[in-house]
Ligand binder design. Sequence first.
Ligand code: UGA
Length: 424
Amino acid sequence: MTSAGFASLENEVMCVESNQAILADVSSGKVPIFEPELENLVNKCIKNQKLQFTDQIKDVLEFAEVIFICVGTPQAEDGKADLRQIESVAIDIAENLHGYKLLVEKSTVPIGTHIRLKNTMSRHLKGKIGFDIACVPEFLREGNALKDFFNPDRVILGIESENSKKLLQDIYKDFECPKIWTNPATAELIKYASNGFLAMKISYSNMLADICEATGADVDSLIEGIGQDSRIGKEFINPGVGYGGSCLPKDVSAFIDIFDQNNVNNGLLKEVDSINRLRPHRIITKLKSSIKNLENKRIAVWGLAFKPNTDDVRNAPSLEVVNKLIEEKVTVNCHDPQAINQFKKALNKNTNLTFFDDMYESARDCDALIILTEWPDYMATNLDELKAKMSNPLIVDGRGIFKPSEIQKSGFEYKAFGLKENNN
Ligand code: UGA
């Protein structure tokens, strides 16, 4: 997204990609992930000759003065951010460097990574060559990447030299949002602090949903009631099956580690994480409150992607829910408008799993339907058609997409987060 975004703003951009399959795809204008409008943008930029691709770092170093590092920083087994890809890029750059470059961290990296990069670079440079490191974290959301790229709420620019400032001022001249100039350590921290805060809002709303379930308070009015306070805001307070994806879960975990490393209390973040981890289990508990023995039951799961408008299933609640259903010897019928292929790869086993292109067909003869992603198609469900297909009209809704009053009129037993069980 970063490369196509900058290329469409009339910059000359060259991308280096070491994975040959991905390189072949993107060079021919095929984007290997589902992201609305991105493929069109990439093709437009290739056609305008603003965007090119290579597998050689040398080409990029000859071509550009500013290099954005956008590699993954996945979660390592110990919960920390795995910095091997970023380290290896730094080594590759240093070994091939002949003149001044500005290296910009776009990947999400722990505080102090700019110093680590500087040290790695210095160890591998062949001679006395100048370079700067800056940190300009990325805040775009999957499924909304284009809009977020072109209309960011803010741009954070962590720099250490006047030259870095000059170069980045030019690159970001078309962005009219507030620009916050700071040092690289603060920029690195802002990224984690933002994702941590978003995760905290979601876990807080999930905690509120639980107290609604216990007391019978109305969860929708509660969320509306707090969200109308402009200091709280309406976004990221929708309760449900929890946050997934490649960012919030891993960043909260890495942020917890950053606090540990610095001996600073991180109890709040740990609770955010633990509330989230329990959400997929609660789906099974809700299901079992209606169907005590799940063995040999047939259950449809709608929504495999971690959120709508993406085919990404990394840390998606669907993985845990479906695995648990398989353990319980359930026959599972899965549907998702985009994520079936990714889900098959991620799950790596297919006992009792069937995938459907048609959402209604997936519910045929099912004892229950579980909803885990709020895809627009699901929100527009024809409830009569759905009910006619199912053998038992039970919906366990992990995203609260239906109004309880409406769905009850159509004869479904409806269970969702925040609804008192015996009120259903
Ligand atoms: C997140 C941040 O929102 C971006 O700002 C950031 O740039 C990105 O991580 C990143 O670090 O690269 P993303 O992971 O694409 O973006 O998805 P979100 O829209 O944040 O949703 C994350 C999860 O939270 C999803 O599973 C979603 O269903 C869940 N969610 C979101 C809720 O459960 N409730 C809400 O109210 C909002």
